[in-house]
Design a protein around this ligand. Structure first.
Ligand code: GKR
Ligand code: MG
Length: 449
């Protein structure tokens, strides 16, 4: 029987990059974020890459996959994934709650590390067959480029931190106006509009999402109004990660028709009702379309979400759902007249390339895709990082993932990782310099204490 190349080498390389003091319900981002990179080599000499969330739990899971990956044919990637799933055992402290309350310590259980292996194997298979990875997903390539959104954040004042391990990047000398802006405080509607203008200028975004759950809901809505006023044709959306109670969410959103296009995770579990039930009540009360990356992060949660008609837009992060899984979901949603999109966390350009592949393979009309890349842009691990132009990400005209790894940059990011005292995301640490003794409370915006 004719055979395809086999995997001869698997590297798992933890890496770190720099971030801004981005605020969310869970606190604020540390000066560094971490990721794990998988590099596979096959017997034809090709290299396949995948990127996934950082942290020791994910790194160790990836390391444990080695026996299921090495020596296997790239065309049998589904069997490799099956084997990994067959041997999977849930961590003792994984209670299955997922990220329904944005408890960041549980994100590592929603992320499934094997999807980095899937990505790298599809990259290799695409190179072998001389087709882009998107051609191997679902029904194949649906478009040449996909709409992305400008993912806006409130940013805290980094000067309040003492330096040392809390030293945030200073880009004030950069020649790029967006780079100069992104590391500095941004907490008012005026500054948020400035953020939107710079993002539009640099990347051409026509659509914006504001990360809420930080200030009082009224102030956040003023920001949404101000952005819509500055960009009347834009789709503007706000995502407080379930921080608002149902009553508050209804009160805040009732008059936002024509201003916000949809609301992402406005509320969550309360009074003994699940987040899915409460989101359905929010939809009934306001008539707003609702998106989520919190209450439907796997097929079982999805079943309950659609049974209740709780959501219209599911943000299917391929790091949660897998590449095949994310596209399977897009097919299902499209045939049910629901909408597919992609959720993100901080990432390097390998994930951006992966988003181009899924975004161009998803049937129907995806909602513009999330990406945190704008906050990382410039810290490239690829020689040929995809670029967002005119608000769109193009499918590379090359086989597989369509990118070439810059090993020198990867090893530099690995050295940064190794120099860090901790590798797991902790959004509460830097908050202590803004509000002493600050503690996460999933029903109180981060700066409302
Ligand atoms: O980057 O802090 C962040 C976001 O708040 C992230 O943790 C969320 O998972 O981007 C995400 C979202 O859309 O909910
Ligand atoms: Mg969200």
């Amino acid at each position: 029987m004719a055979s395809t190349p086999v995997i001869t080498d698997m590297k798992v390389i933890p890496v770190a990059g720099y971030d801004s003091m981005l605020l969310t319900l869970s606190g604020c981002h540390a000066p560094y974020f971490t990721r794990n990179i998988v590099v596979l080599t096959d017997s034809s000499g090709h290299q396949g890459v995948g990127e996934i969330h950082g942290g020791e739990y994910t790194r160790q899971s990836l390391e444990s996959f080695r026996p299921f990956v090495l020596g296997h044919e790239i065309s049998r990637y589904r069997r490799v994934l099956q084997e990994i799933h067959h041997h999977f055992r849930a961590a003792a402290d994984d209670d299955g709650e997922g990220i329904q309350t944005l408890d960041i310590s549980k994100l590592k259980y929603v992320v499934k590390s094997e999807w980095a292996v899937e990505c790298a194997m599809l990259d290799l298979l695409g190179q072998y067959l001389n087709v882009p990875m998107a051609e191997l997903l679902g029904e194949g390539v649906q478009r040449d480029s996909v709409d992305m959104l400008g993912y806006m954040f409130f940013v805290a004042d980094r000067h309040k931190c003492p330096g040392g391990e809390f030293q945030y990047l200073d880009e004030s000398a950069s020649g790029d106006p967006w780079f100069r802006f992104r590391r500095n405080e941004c907490l008012t509607p005026e500054r948020i509009v400035e953020q939107a203008r710079l993002l539009h200028g640099k990347y051409g975004f026509e659509n914006f999402k504001l990360k809420g759950g930080v200030l009082h809901g009224e102030v956040e809505m003023d920001c949404v109004r101000a952005v819509k006023e500055a960009f009347p044709n834009a789709r503007v959306n706000i995502d407080p990660n379930g921080a608002w109670s149902l009553d508050e969410a209804v009160r805040l959103c009732r008059d936002m028709h024509g201003i916000a296009t949809y609301i992402e995770d406005p509320c969550g579990p309360e009074s003994g009702f699940s987040g899915r039930e409460i989101m359905r009540e929010f939809k009934d009360a306001t008539g707003f379309q609702v998106a989520t990356n919190m209450i439907a992060t796997d097929w079982r949660q999805f079943y309950h979400t659609v049974s209740l008609h709780a959501c219209d837009i599911i943000l299917a992060d391929p790091h949660f759902w897998g590449f095949g899984g994310s596209i399977r979901l897009s097919q299902t949603l499209d045939s049910w007249h629901l909408t597919w999109g992609v959720h993100s966390n901080n990432h390097f350009d390998i994930t951006l390339a992966a988003f181009a592949q899924v975004g161009c393979a998803a049937p129907g009309k995806p909602t513009p895709l999330d990406t945190h890349w704008i906050w990382q842009d410039g810290q490239n691990l690829l020689y040929d990082a995809p670029e967002i132009r005119g608000g769109q990400l193009r499918l590379p005209d090359k086989p597989g993932l369509g990118v070439t790894l810059n090993m020198e940059a990867v090893m530099k990011a690995n050295a940064l990782y190794n120099s860090l005292p901790t590798h797991d995301r902790d959004d509460a640490a830097a908050m202590q310099y803004l509000i002493p003794n600050w503690k996460f409370d999933h029903k109180r915006p981060a700066l409302v204490r």
